[in-house]
Design a protein around this ligand. Sequence first.
Ligand code: GLC
Length: 625
Amino acid sequence: MSGSADTTFRLRWERFGPEVEAALSALYGDRAAEVTERVRGLVRAAFDARPDDLRELDERRLLSPDWLQDPRQVGYVAYADRFAGTLAGVGERLDHLAGLGVTYLHLMPLLRPRPGANDGGYAVMDYRAVREDLGTMDDLRALTARLRARGISLEVDLVLNHVAAEHEWARRARAGEPRYRDYFLTFEDRTGPDAYERTLPEVFPDFAPGNFTFDDQLGAWVWTTFNAWQWDVNWANPDVFCEYLDIICHLANAGVEVLRLDAIAFIWKRLGTSCQNEPEVHHLTRALRQAVRVAAPAVAFKAEAIVGPDDLLPYLGVAEHHGKVSDMAYHNSLMVQLWSCLASRDTRLTEVALGRFAPKPTTTTWGTYVRCHDDIGWAVTDADAAAAGLDGFAHRAFLSDFYAGLTPGSFARGLVFQHNPATGDRRISGSLASLAGLEAALEAGDPGSVADAVARVLLLHAVILGFGGVPLLYMGDEIGMPNDAHWADDPAHADDNRWVHRPRMDWDAVAAAEADPDSPSGRILAGLRRLVAVRRATPHLHASVESRVVPSPDPRLLLLRRDHPLGVMLQVYNVSEEEVRLPAAVLADVLGPTASELLGGHAWNLATDVVGVRPYAALWFVPGP
Ligand code: GLC
């Protein structure tokens, strides 16, 4: 190792080592100094092993620390096998991604899962190996290099709340090795589990009720928040911390640039609580994040915390953690609100819900999305509903009915996922196109309904591309792929209807959409490309700037304002199939007498009484002609 590398390491450790130690002190008390030394050794080894091309990437990222906030970022989320068969196959499909302007690819779980049912790969048996049918670690390295050459960053899931019951740690725990038993949360009898259960929610009440599973070999109950074969790990044990840090460094040195911290909210348990969002979660994230900055500054963290607004912001760093934890978090509330206002044709609840959000740290960004591989849970609080003049329970029930297609006049074709009779919750599965009405409209053969559905798909995308964050396009949505009618054919999937919106990519349909830009799929693809092109050219969309709600005089419109140093931007979205006449003064007050509408490319005269906002229109205004 050259002297300059030693200096680099020394400077980084001087900068971030104390951060690591402070976070570890909050977690491990007296043991913090010893654990910090172990961390130093781990990150030094990873630093030394870092390949040259990734060192170069580190330097690039250090020169552009806001890389994830840049409006040129466009994300895409896909299952490697369903998208292209294998990791090598993904490398053959980069033209499609480039055609969408993609700069960021989240490949769904690709590390080796347990055999059989594995929760879509979220039950990992070996974090240092790739799923056999997808390829090898070398294939992963080759793919990241290929992606980097095209300016695409790879994101991979880090499942850190639990491992598969078949993971070596669990196997050795069952074999009686005390060291590994301490990697898990085990209980001799029901006393502990019963005490915790009093305040624990149910994640999968249908197919995995309860949060604990009795294991015969262990002779004990083991904590299993998700499925019985997903064993929660014990982060109160510093050995677990060091194991995961080492895994992160290993993936980073394979070229992974973003780690999706799966189910991060759940990793610390405290009696008498829901065991989500505990303060230690943020200390843990901070210790990992600051340690990784030493070994691999190019790497970023994305928090998968599907929690309420007050609990969400801490994942991006509030108070002492400001700017020191995850770089990005899913904006679940925005996603839920998009679906809510589309069903109700009313944005008042959305105004309340988005208005609740305090500004995020200016160095962080949202992951904005319309659909993902999971179900949609109606995260609408009773308080927000009441503030919008609604009953929370009734509105959540309305949304479930609407998207399950049970409400008369509903355009949606979704499925109910995990009905919980205790809370009345009914989450919803379904693809974007099916939930937005395209499936039903095509079946009915009604061109007007098809046009509305296409417009809804583009409207939702306009919001996630315009909100400020990395828009995460979900595979198949770019051509409006409907629900997979055959989702239950695979016995390992049959009890989990989230597979209805995890179809195999239909490449023939992509080719057809390219060939016929007037077809519904062709219109979606072309419309999306247009949105992406305008986004990339609009510096106002840098994620350091907040989107703030402007109260709309008409409940069918959502108005978002972005105060960028370059000038103001005002976005107008019509969530209804009706033309809305809006007093022009509402726009003129913000924009002045004339405005450029960027998506349509026209100048608007606002020195008039009213302007017409077309059905499902998305308008991005900046001042001036
Ligand atoms: C996350 C994943 C979900 C999975 C769960 C357990 O929420 O998105 O698909 O079931 O974590 O790992």
